[in-house]
Design a protein around this ligand. Sequence first.
Ligand SMILES: Nc1ncnc2c1ncn2[C@@H]1O[C@H](COP(=O)(O)OP(=O)(O)OP(=O)(O)O)[C@@H](O)[C@H]1O
Ligand SMILES: [Mg+2]
Length: 225
Amino acid sequence: LRTPMSSIRAFSEILRGVEVLSPQEQVRYASIIQEETIRLTRLLDDLLDLSVLENGQVSLNVSTGSLRDLLDHSVAMARVGRDAAVMQIQRNIADERVWLCTDLDRLNQVFLNLIVNAHKYCDAAEPKLQIIVRQSAQQLTIDFIDNGSGISNEDQNLIFEKFSRIGGHESGGAGLGLAISREILQRLQGDITYLPGQNGAAFRIRLPESVVGGVARTDLSSTDY
Ligand SMILES: Nc1ncnc2c1ncn2[C@@H]1O[C@H](COP(=O)(O)OP(=O)(O)OP(=O)(O)O)[C@@H](O)[C@H]1O
Ligand SMILES: [Mg+2]
């Protein structure tokens, strides 16, 4: 919280100050203030969201939809403002023919954080993210496995704590995404864990069988791409 606040303060003081600034300088400082304000707003939204989730005050908004559509949506959202060619995403569409009945917005929030994290933190020369769906009688699992250097044993538990950020990534966020995801999955009666030993960072989402409503109707006639 402190960093965006102090740059907003410093640059607004410069803009208001006695020193004469060129139009270019004015625009540059105003843009910094604007960017930092956006960052701060996001941070506050996330903090508020987390505290609401932690207090159990959150009501679920249950709807139905196919897992494939939901993943399409999350992948597309994660790519906004990023070069889509940079990270290859491998999926098996046939396995995604699952009809879900749960809070799809909340699940999207979890998927989005995992995909954005892979975009931000996967350090492979040719970054890849695999999304693997498995369905058994008891549960649905969705694995997100990238080919970066992964997360060390001692950090694997830390990353689910709020404000935990490993390594000094430039593009890093506040360190709230995984903490929020863990709370969300608890509400959805599932969980999210780190999967060690996968040659990259790997996360597993588990959802109870009760969220699954059979084969997705919309996907029955579609062909894989
Ligand atoms: N795919 C990954 N590869 C390597 N490190 C990762 C990966 N995903 C997460 N991490 C590490 O875990 C930390 C916590 O992730 P988390 O999503 O909670 O926070 P964030 O992405 O830093 O910020 P936010 O999600 O709030 O914008 C990250 O800062 C990063 O150090
Ligand atoms: Mg994140």
